[in-house]
Design a protein around this ligand. Structure first.
Ligand code: NAP
Length: 282
């Protein structure tokens, strides 16, 4: 029950009505027996600065930030974590007595899920990352920090892949190419990751790669989690590759936020259960 001691949290986005974050984080607070509450706030363009001032004024302990505010929000914070600075986007704000620090937990959440679910050794790995949008940025940085030997970015618009490869070249060996030129890099890869929207509901028959390139010994990962198994993962599994779906990334970006806010280990299994239940009841 909410009372005068309840610590407040939330997520800022537009649109926000379909966010699974409130049910996931409220389950986490309940599981950890914390007097805390997490709500979704529909923050329209042009009102983000006031909304961030509201975090300070109302004494919220933490806020997640999602589309389309992850970049603009950086202008209104007091400090940025090194990762958030390098990635150029914030998805988690921690309020320490009115001082706001921005973090990015998307990439590290992805890597934690990937390691836990596949046992992959990222040090020295050759990675092909399909896409060069917002999610790709966080992933490349986190993969580089884990010691990936090379990350090849393959994107429909090759210029964006080249630009992101250049920006992330400070952290590991990178290359930017067109999506239709990815064959050689995929053949040599230990890990292939889809970060494009291809295969996402309702375009469930789309896939970013020709299935003949997929083989045993390779890990194929897709950050799309609606549907839970994309066509890419279905074909990869059929061809003997190890597969990894996108739900874990969502769970662990939230788990890291919970840990930054509370200093406690996140009850990740309960968080996953809450999200999975909500999918099956849809
Ligand atoms: P974004 O910034 O808009 O980037 C979209 C990317 O997809 C770009 O590289 C774009 O290529 C590519 N793309 C879109 N439609 C395409 C098509 N028909 N053919 C080829 N490439 C296409 O989006 P984002 O925020 O990075 O999100 C990308 C995906 O990741 C979404 O499906 C989203 O649901 C998922 N995601 C999952 C999580 C999670 O927690 N699991 C978190 C964040 C995002 P161009 O540059 O050529 O336009």
């Amino acid at each position: 029950m909410l009372d005068t001691q309840t610590v407040m949290y939330g997520v800022f986005g537009d649109p926000i009505a379909h966010s699974k974050s409130p049910l996931m984080l409220n389950r986490a607070f309940a599981e950890a027996d914390l007097n805390a509450a997490y709500a979704a706030f529909h923050i329209r363009p042009g009102t983000l600065k006031d909304a961030v001032a509201g975090i300070r004024a109302l004494g919220f302990r933490g806020v997640n930030v999602t589309i389309p505010h992850k970049v603009e929000v950086m202008d209104y914070l007091d400090h940025l974590d090194d990762g958030a600075k390098a990635i150029g986007a914030v998805n988690t704000i921690v309020n320490d007595h009115g001082v706001l620090t921005g973090y990015n937990t998307d990439g590290i959440g992805y890597v934690r899920s990937l390691k836990e679910e596949t046992g992959v050794k990222l040090a020295g790995a050759k990675v092909v990352l399909l896409g060069a949008g917002g999610a790709a940025r966080g992933l490349v940085y986190a993969l580089a920090k884990e010691g990936a030997a090379k990350v090849t970015l393959a994107n429909r618009t090759p210029g964006r892949a080249v630009e992101l490869a250049r920006a992330m070249g400070a952290y590991t060996s990178t290359e930017g190419i067109g999506l239709d030129q990815a064959k050689d890099a995929v053949e040599a890869a230990d890990l292939v990751i889809n970060t494009t929207q291809m295969g996402m509901h309702p375009n469930v028959e789309e896939t970013p790669l020709d299935s003949s390139l997929l083989r045993p010994g390779m890990i194929v990962s897709d950050i799309v989690y609606n549907p839970r198994e994309t066509r890419l993962l279905r074909e990869a599994k059929a061809r003997g590759a190890q597969v990894h779906g996108g739900l874990g990334m969502f769970i662990y970006q939230g788990a890291y936020a919970f840990e930054y806010w509370t200093g406690l280990p996140a009850p990740a299994a309960a968080m996953r259960e809450a999200v999975e239940q909500s999918f099956s009841s849809n």
